[in-house]
Design a protein around this ligand. Structure first.
Ligand code: UDX
Length: 436
């Protein structure tokens, strides 16, 4: 199969490289000439474990290439995937579809033979209809089927998620479209991945409903964690105790500082707007958005509390800045409102993250960046674990105790066992664990 992938952001690049690895012929297209030039030199613009090797192998095998020219690859392709960004529109939280529509118009002008145009970007319900209309308006003779094929990739585990998906959702009722997309994904049937065919609008909604449900699950356990602290229960055990019920499941029940990233915050807000536009109210998702925003802001107060509610002239060491481990992504990261709040309360902040410090400098230019966890902790009044990178899971605790000014640890990811730290003489605060 010949595939054109429009957009070399996270989704486009991972999907393009994985499709090529299945044996398809993939051309990734982007308007950003510097990005394409870098990709042609073998430089990967995002941090994703395994992606550089996957791209290199497939470029070498001549199954994957990169270009700024959209017309050529689209004319040749049997399927064109739209994987451009859909950021939150400034001001109202709606998904900004201008890039999707611009891509649709450009694709329309270049289509030659029968082509399946697939939206992979997360788009509001009904966007496929508009893409179809725009293509028909721009090129009335184009023989196209517009389908929806949402992605469910997690940053840091995107290649695995692509190759071993729980399911693949293909939204089109057109038989020719189903055939092309079925053929593209056939290599995955070896991994027994269920291929689910739906109407286009249903596929579009599945994506938002999945992300909103996961965000709800996290927010639910975060609120139960707050209650655990008040009533003297342990959230880790509560989560396990409910998660072992198969109807609930253990995943996405890890209490923390609130969800961040490029998807959950944006998609929950957009889903609320979609519902409003259709005169339906999603009160649960509305609450999830508000509770999560408030939670992220509350984390600075939690740290202040561990220091006797006075942060004036205190030095706080922050471990982990990215919104989760194995990524350099700072979008909507809980570390941002946390650090801003700490500084507002008069604290001096130092931070270390294994991957995201370059990104972080843009958001948080006025803090000190350190080379490792120990130089970060040296002389600090408290250590705050914000992102659960593996390297923060087995820190040399006696060494930390020696070098810190005060042995105070605030563990926003429950990486450590309270008893272990308390035995070593630390004052420990976790999430959803009663304070002795
Ligand atoms: C998510 C979805 O998982 C993926 O299917 C979708 O396509 C894109 O959005 P991603 O944003 O990469 O992926 O990360 P994910 O691992 O889902 O984590 C999102 C946020 O939730 C992170 O801030 C993470 O720390 C938080 N989280 C996750 C928790 O706080 N607790 C959990 O139990 C799980």
């Amino acid at each position: 199969m010949r595939i054109a992938m429009i957009g070399t952001g996270y989704v486009g690049l991972v999907s393009g490289a994985c499709f090529a690895d299945f044996g398809h012929q993939v051309t990734c297209v982007d308007k950003d000439a510097a990005k394409i030039a870098a990709l042609c030199r073998g430089e990967i613009p995002i941090f994703e474990p395994g992606l550089d090797a996957l791209v290199a192998t497939n470029v070498k095998a001549s199954r994957l290439d990169f270009t700024t020219d959209l017309a050529g690859p689209v004319a040749e392709a049997e399927a064109v995937f739209i994987a451009v960004g859909t950021p939150s529109r400034r001001g109202d939280g709606h998904a900004d579809l201008s890039y999707v529509y611009a891509a649709a118009r450009e694709i329309a002008a270049s289509i030659r033979d029968f082509t399946v145009v697939v939206t992979k970007s997360t788009v509001p319900v009904g966007t496929g209809d508009e893409v179809e209309r725009l293509i028909g308006e721009t090129n009335p003779s184009a023989d196209v089927v517009v389908a929806s094929n949402p992605e469910f990739l997690r940053e840091g585990a995107a290649i695995r998620d692509f190759k071993f998906p729980d399911r693949i959702v293909i939204g089109t009722s057109d038989e020719r479209g189903r055939k092309v997309l079925g053929d593209i994904y056939r290599p995955l049937s070896l991994n027994q991945a269920p291929l689910m065919f739906t109407e286009r609008r249903t596929a579009e909604l599945i994506k938002y409903a999945a992300n909103a449900f996961l965000a709800t699950k996290i927010t639910f356990i975060n609120e139960i964690a707050d209650l655990s602290e008040k009533v003297g229960a342990d959230i880790q055990e509560v989560a396990r105790g409910i998660g072992l019920d198969n109807r609930i499941g253990t995943k996405f029940l890890h209490a923390g500082p609130g969800y961040g990233g490029s998807c959950f915050p944006k998609d929950t807000r957009a889903l609320v707007k979609i519902a409003e536009d259709h005169d339906a109210q999603l009160r649960i998702v509305e609450s999830v958005v508000t509770v999560n925003d408030n939670r992220k802001r509350a984390m600075a107060r939690k740290v202040a509390h561990a220091l006797g509610d006075n942060l004036r002239n205190k030095t706080i060491a922050v471990l982990g800045l990215a919104f989760k481990p194995d990524t350099d992504d700072m979008r909507e990261a809980p570390s941002i409102p946390l650090i801003t709040g700490l500084r507002d309360m008069g604290a001096k902040v130092r931070a270390f993250d294994p991957a995201s410090m370059k990104e972080a400098r843009r958001e948080l230019p006025d803090i000190d960046y350190c080379d490792d966890a120990y130089s970060c902790a040296e002389g600090a009044d408290a250590l705050v674990i914000v992102t659960e990178w593996v390297q923060f899971r087995a820190l040399d605790l006696p060494r930390l105790k020696r070098i810190m000014k005060q042995p105070i640890v605030v563990d926003l990811r429950n990486v450590y066992r309270p008893a272990e730290l308390e035995e070593l003489g630390f004052a420990y605060t976790g999430i959803g664990r009663s304070q002795a």
